[in-house]
Design a binder for this molecule. Structure first.
Ligand SMILES: NC(=O)c1ccc[n+]([C@@H]2O[C@H](COP(=O)([O-])OP(=O)(O)OC[C@H]3O[C@@H](n4cnc5c(N)ncnc54)[C@H](OP(=O)(O)O)[C@@H]3O)[C@@H](O)[C@H]2O)c1
Length: 259
């Protein structure tokens, strides 16, 4: 299928590794020029070179923290008129809500709710005036299946999907869609970090928890980032203009409900 987005411009944060990188590569494979943002120059430049070599598209890098005003300004300066926006960054640390201060909550809201909303504010009007836009937020299954150790994510990300659902209905009439991808367990650095955070509380080894989590998934495995990347590219395609305001699980069937 030709996704019909060759020559479009995409701005992707959190795109030097893992799920964000997979989305950038999948879009680049469709001929989309990509601007990728992350905090660590070395991995970012390596990823940019990899994507450019594999696809031949123009790849621009921005070293910056997307949760800060400076990071967002640099991202938008490098890609002022994106057709596609992917919002992605780190997830939260696991823990007990009794230990979280107001500052912890504000930081979580900044990272998982307010930064993506601000990126939408900075880019959506241009998309509306050009008559094409695709916005994807990488969120988490935690908005549908609360994870007891990830209260900061359960809370802050629910704020983002609530907001996005309302905005999505206001923009789709001008061919600007907004959807949220809800990953389950994926084979990525963040997944490894999450498991490392569980070692003390469970008393189990890393390998034990890694295997148990895969075995507990109906697919009996972790998701591959490229699988989420391909879904993202389709949602950003010209064919996906009638899909908006959706919270789309990519989780190997781990969400237990019918609806
Ligand atoms: N993997 C899973 O199983 C899973 C499941 C559910 C939800 N999620 C969520 O999905 C998101 C992506 O996960 P992942 O597994 O792809 O993570 P990952 O492999 O750790 O990659 C995260 C990417 O985001 C960049 N990044 C992080 N914070 C940033 C910031 N403040 N500003 C700019 N770039 C930033 C990282 O580069 P730098 O560190 O160099 O900035 C890296 O490129 C996370 O929010 C995670 O919580 C993941």
């Amino acid at each position: 299928m030709d996704l019909g987005i060759r020559g479009r411009q995409a701005l992707l944060s959190g795109a030097s590794r893992g799920l964000g990188k997979a989305c950038a590569l999948a879009l680049a494979q469709e001929g989309v020029d990509v601007t990728i943002v992350a905090r660590t120059r070395e991995t970012l430049e390596k990823t940019a070179a990899e994507i450019a070599a594999a696809t031949g598209v123009k790849v621009t890098t921005v070293v910056g923290d997307i949760t800060t005003t400076e990071g967002r300004s640099a991202a938008v300066a490098a890609c002022p008129a994106p057709d596609i926006l992917l919002n992605n960054a780190d997830g939260p640390k696991p823990g007990d809500f009794r230990d979280w201060s107001r500052d912890d909550w504000i930081a979580a809201l900044d990272a998982m709710m307010l930064a993506p909303i601000e990126m939408m504010r900075l880019t959506v009007d241009g998309m509306l005036s050009r008559g094409f836009g695709r916005i994807i937020n990488i969120v988490s299954r935690s908005v549908k299946i609360p994870q007891h150790e990830l209260g900061l994510s359960n809370g802050a990300r629910s704020g983002l999907v609530g907001f996005a659902g309302g905005l999505a209905r206001q923009t789709v009439g001008r061919n600007v869609t907004i959807n949220n991808l809800l990953p389950g367990i994926f084979d990525s650095d963040a997944q490894r970090e999450h498991i490392r955070g569980m070692l003390e509380a469970t008393g189990k080894s890393f390998d034990e928890i890694w295997r148990e989590r895969a075995a507990a998934n109906p697919a009996r495995r972790y998701g591959r980032p490229a699988e989420l990347g391909a879904y993202c590219a389709f949602l950003c395609s010209e064919h996906a203009g009638f899909i908006t305001g959706q919270n789309l699980l990519v989780d190997g069937g781990s969400y237990p409900g019918t609806y």
